[in-house]
Design a protein around this ligand. Structure first.
Ligand code: AIR
Length: 189
């Protein structure tokens, strides 16, 4: 046995893990999956509940790094402890997605996920914003992947183009319907 014999190389599993507390979270978490897929990055999708399947959750989080995961996106609603508990078990970055809840519209989920004690951070996105969960995971991966970073820059450029186009359309509409039929100009007050 040499000095490296105890080293276990991470397997080549998908780099992104997407987990959720229940199948009722799927519509929100599918937004994360769709975003990751759009950028051609592999992911795994699991239902794991911090309260209903605590031992499976511990097993998932404690083997995550050795299975090759680099980032975990965890969504849950109500007493949304899954992201925080996964973060407690692994040092992989965990992104929490607060899922909209029936009783409190996701404010309970948001507080449960964001209000972590010092030492165990969870990066929390907006209520219901699975897409941002996916994007943040991609941005974390892109710190070590220039090809992915370039794709993310192109995505940002597409957002800029979309806003410019919306503005151009608005200006055109204003030109036709604006006060006195005058073309739209910047208003100098
Ligand atoms: N949940 C599941 N285990 C622990 C929690 N907090 C959450 C799910 C879901 C909500 O409870 O993440 O958002 C309702 O789950 P269900 O299965 O009743 O639809």
């Amino acid at each position: 046995m040499d000095e490296h014999s105890s080293f276990v190389a991470p397997s080549s599993g998908p780099p992104i893990g997407i987990v959720m507390g229940s199948d009722s979270d799927l519509p929100t978490m599918e937004l994360a999956a769709a975003m990751v897929k759009r950028f051609g990055v592999a992911y795994e999708l699991r239902i794991l509940s911090a309260h209903r399947t605590p031992l499976e959750m511990v097993d998932y989080a404690s083997t995550a790094a050795e299975r090759g995961l680099k980032v975990i996106i965890a969504g849950a609603g109500g007493a949304a402890h899954l992201p925080g508990m996964v973060a407690a078990i692994t040092v992989l970055p965990v992104i929490g997605v607060p899922v909209v809840s029936k009783a409190l519209s996701g404010v309970d989920s948001l507080y449960s996920i964001a209000q972590m004690p010092a030492g165990i951070p969870v990066a929390t996105v907006a209520i219901g914003n699975g897409a941002n969960g996916g994007l943040l995971a991609l941005q974390i991966l892109a710190t070590g992947d220039s090809h992915l970073a370039t794709k993310l820059y192109h995505y940002r450029e597409s957002l800029r183009a979309m806003v410019r186009e919306k503005n151009a359309r608005l200006q055109g509409t204003q030109g036709l319907q604006g006060h006195g039929g005058e073309p739209a100009h910047p208003h100098h007050v």
